[in-house]
Structures are given as C-alpha cells and as structure tokens.
Design a protein around this ligand. Structure first.
Ligand SMILES: NC(=O)c1ccc[n+]([C@@H]2O[C@H](COP(=O)([O-])OP(=O)(O)OC[C@H]3O[C@@H](n4cnc5c(N)ncnc54)[C@H](OP(=O)(O)O)[C@@H]3O)[C@@H](O)[C@H]2O)c1
Length: 240
C-alpha cells in the first residue's frame, strides 16, 4: 500500500485529495492544526489507512513529527502533497508585518521543513514524488484580486518545484505542482462565488475534486516532472 502525506487535510482541497488517494488504496498521513482521527472530515476514511498529526506545519518540530509518524505507522512515504496554505488578498499597501509573517510561515516554512525531511527519506529509497499546491494567480495575477504576498509565496513554490525536479531527477524522485484557479472551498465566502466564477474563461469556479484528480494524474505519470499543472479553466492563458 503506497503512503501519502497530505498537509492541510482537514478542509477543502487537502480533504478532497486525502479522500481520493484513500479511495485509490493509499495510506494517508493527514496534517493540519485542528486534525484528529475523529475530525468529521477524515473520520470516513478507513482507520487502518489513516494517521493524523495535528500542528502548525510551519514548525520544524511538527514537520519532523509528520515524517516520523508516517514511517512508524506505514513504513515509507511515496507521495508528499504540500497543500496547507493560507490566502490573504489585499492591496499591497494594506499588508501588515503580521500578514507577511503568517504567509511565509504557513506557505513557505510549511513547504521547506517537511519537504527537506521527506526528500531525505525518498533519496534513501531512490523513489518518491512531491506535489506542491500553488495558485494560478502566480502566473496570471488579476487586478480584481490584489494578492501580492500570497503570489510571492506560491510563485516561489512554482520556481522551487522546477528547480527541485532537476536536482532530484537523478535520484528517481519527481517534483510537480498543481496550480489551481479559484476553487469552491471554505477559503471563499459563498457571497463571492458569482464574482469568482467570472475569473475563469469557462465561467465557473473549480471543485476540490478537480484538484484531487490532477494529483492522481501526476502520480500516474512517471515521465512528468517539474510540471506546473494549471487546473484553472484556462485562466493562466491571459485575458478573456
Ligand atoms: N481554494 C482556492 O481557490 C485555492 C486556489 C489556489 C490555491 N489554493 C491553495 O490550496 C491550498 C488549500 O486551500 P483550500 O482552499 O483547501 O483552503 P481551506 O479550505 O481553508 O483549507 C486550508 C487547510 O490548510 C490547513 N492549514 C492552514 N494553516 C495551517 C498550518 N499553519 N499548518 C497546518 N495546516 C494548516 C487548514 O486546517 P487547520 O485550520 O486545521 O489548520 C485546512 O486544512 C492552499 O495552499 C491554498 O493556497 C486554494
């Protein structure tokens, strides 16, 4: 049974990814600050194939605990999905030092510590796959959604994805990203859905399952690495 670590698995995209991987016979190590085995979101996954590690993924100790729990419970890690993340859209001039710190801690530290631990483990095995969840806004910023700091973090993850894919290809490890458009998750208030749908050429928001399907595709695509897979109804292509 392959094992996947999914961060931010209590809600939205991470939850859909965890459920879909579990349906495809993966064991799941789920992280988020509030997660536990009886969390209503993951309680439906067969108890034999799920472990939960609560905590802030920006913390080096929590990152180490996530890997240790994966090895202790399931023996190996085959897939890491760096999904935990936050989005604070606002005009650049309105950002505070606190916004900057929490965005870096969650979106960048949350990627770095866990990925470094997991890549060491994967390098010893000579196999593995890392998928980073970024955002289409990094390639196609929109004046209607000012969000420079989330774009700074997620654009950095896109660049890191490409660079890591080269560094780790000789070790048999792939590194990809899924770059979502605006997806219907608790991140967005329902009151905004009608407007958010207009931000995609095909006129609708995405569903969490659209992103879960992209992760499954990348898992099943051994010749694909360093890819930024846009799942955004075509939004990254520019004006419409
Ligand atoms: N929805 C979209 O339109 C969209 C578009 C592009 C990219 N994304 C990206 O997709 C990812 C998931 O977003 P979502 O829409 O599913 O959001 P969501 O429903 O708000 O879920 C975010 C998840 O991250 C967890 N989380 C937040 N801070 C954390 C931390 N410090 N440590 C560990 N877990 C943390 C949350 O759980 P706890 O509260 O329990 O910690 C939750 O499980 C994010 O990286 C986001 O940037 C989303």
């Amino acid at each position: 049974m392959p094992t996947a670590i999914v961060t931010g698995a209590s809600s939205g995209l991470g939850l859909a990814i965890a459920r879909s991987l579990a349906k495809h016979d993966y064991a799941i190590v789920a992280n988020s600050r509030s997660i536990s085995l009886d969390h209503p979101s993951i309680a439906t996954i067969d108890a034999q194939r799920i472990a939960a590690v609560p905590g802030d993924i920006g913390s080096p100790e929590i990152a180490k605990r996530v890997l240790d729990e994966a090895i202790a419970q399931f023996g190996t890690v085959d897939l890491l999905v760096n999904n935990a993340g936050i989005f604070i859209p606002k005009p650049f001039d309105d950002y505070t030092v606190e916004d900057f710190d929490v965005l870096l801690r969650t979106n960048v530290h949350g990627f770095f510590h866990l990925t470094q631990h997991v890549l060491r483990h994967m390098a010893e095995r000579g196999r593995g796959h890392v998928v980073n969840i970024t955002t289409s806004l990094a390639d196609n910023p929109l004046r209607a959604v000012p969000s420079v700091l989330p774009i700074l973090t997620k654009g950095g993850l896109n660049a890191a994805t490409r660079a890591l894919s080269l560094e780790y290809a000789p070790l048999g490890i792939r590194v990809n990203a899924v770059s979502p458009g605006i997806i219907r998750t608790p991140m967005h208030s329902e009151a905004d859905h009608e407007f958010l749908a207009t931000l995609h050429p095909n006129g609708r928001m995405g569903d969490p399952e659209d992103i879960a399907q992209a992760v499954l595709y990348l898992e099943d695509a051994p010749f694909v690495t360093g890819e930024i897979l846009h799942v955004d109804g075509g939004a990254h292509n520019g004006r419409w």
